[in-house]
Write a protein that binds this ligand. Structure first.
Ligand code: NAP
Ligand code: ZN
Length: 349
């Protein structure tokens, strides 16, 4: 039997998030029931709740940076037991048969990954609902283990902001001595700084918020460039091997491409509707413009274990559930240091 679960939902793209009761599916043989403790607030939550990418499905319960405890397991579950501390990220299912799924890169599934929310479940069970809720039912293969060394609240954003920055830095082979720029010091950006630093790079933050300079240096950046002054784009030409662009709003990619060395790569992870790219920005320096989306289950576990080993966590501001609409407004003003995390105890009452 499905069961009612407390949540916060957007009923349309123009309505604020409000209390709502959703139905979770009954526990199947290979399902795990998770009591949600913390859920990070990603800018993708806001983009989708306000239908900025188009095609949003309502009612929507956002949230894909979920940490919780296993409450019960289905009869066929082998990987998890009651009491385990677990995480759920951006997807909850995929086809399991295409080359990407078989390679552990389910996020690039040929049939499309099933997102944790704002998606139709593969089994025809209706819409998926995310972590702005008290409990969630997840098939056992789409869950990761949260290492004991990590604080649960500050670990939650690793499930999206963490893996989304770790994966491209690994894939593009960032190594000691490389010059890496991170554009935008928000939830993703601040994790990008920590990972690039941990991989031995010389890290520069490019930010349109001059007030973030001290924090950027304190979290390990070697350099900070405020992008408000156009002159910085001429002054820093051909400086970086790799640029990780995490910006959530429209901005001119061509200016940033000019900062790449010959053969350099700029990786987009931010998802605004970007301005057009001039061929000249790439051709003149045999540069590459790439994109990257989260990471697979295997790599997410690897990233979590790496964080536990190196003592890497997110810088967070813990908020009650009913602060979410204010949190969205602050996120739009780049006023988050550096990730909001919802304490779901505030929804349990
Ligand atoms: P966030 O915390 O709001 O950070 C975005 C940062 O972008 C801001 O802190 C700000 O940094 C910069 N920024 C914002 N408005 C700007 C403007 N008008 N001009 C220049 N810079 C601006 O957001 P997030 O959660 O890190 O997400 C960032 C983006 O990544 C979003 O578009 C999100 O949807 C996307 N995303 C993609 C993936 C993926 O798999 N590829 C996964 C998760 C999220 P400064 O103040 O330092 O300039
Ligand atoms: Zn996200």
């Amino acid at each position: 039997m499905s069961f009612p679960t407390r949540a916060f939902a957007a009923q349309s793209s123009s309505s604020p998030l409000e209390p709502w009761s959703l139905e979770r599916r009954a526990l199947g043989a290979d399902d795990v029931l998770i009591d949600i403790l913390f859920c990070g607030v990603c800018h993708s939550d806001l983009h989708q709740a306000r239908d900025e990418w188009g095609g949003s499905l309502f009612p929507m319960v956002p949230g894909h940076e979920i940490v919780g405890k296993v409450l019960s397991v289905g009869t066929g579950v082998t990987k998890w037991k009651v009491g385990d501390t677990v995480g759920v990220g951006v997807f909850v299912d995929s086809c399991r048969a295409c080359p990407q799924c078989l390679a552990g890169e389910e996020q690039y599934c040929d049939e499309g990954m099933t997102a944790t929310y704002n998606a139709q479940a593969r089994d025809g069970g209706g819409l998926t609902f995310g972590g702005y809720s008290t409990q969630i039912v997840i098939q056992e293969d789409y869950i990761v283990s949260i290492p004991e060394a990590l604080p649960l609240d500050a670990a939650a954003p690793l499930l999206c902001a963490g893996i989304t920055t770790y994966s491209p830095l690994r894939y593009f082979g960032v190594k000691p001595g490389d010059s890496v720029a991170v554009v935008g010091l928000g939830g993703l950006g601040h994790m990008g700084v920590k990972f690039a630093k941990a991989f031995g790079a010389h890290v520069t933050v490019l930010s349109h918020s001059p007030s973030k300079r001290e924090a950027a240096l304190a979290m390990g950046a070697d350099d900070f460039i405020a992008t408000g002054d156009e002159a910085v784009f001429a002054d820093n030409r051909k400086k970086f091997d790799l640029i990780l662009d995490t910006v959530s709003a429209d901005h001119d990619l061509n200016s940033y491409l000019g900062l790449l060395k010959i053969n350099g790569t700029m990786v987009l992870v931010g998802l605004p509707n970007p301005s057009p790219v001039s061929a000249f920005s790439l051709v003149g320096g045999r540069r590459s413009l790439a994109g990257s989306m989260i990471g697979g289950i295997k790599e997410t576990q690897e990233m979590l274990d790496f964080c536990a080993e190196k003592g890497i966590v997110c810088d967070i501001e813990v908020i009650p559930m009913d602060y979410i609409n204010t949190a969205y407004e602050r996120m739009l003003k780049s006023d988050v240091r550096y990730r909001f995390v919802i304490d779901l105890a505030t929804l349990k009452g």
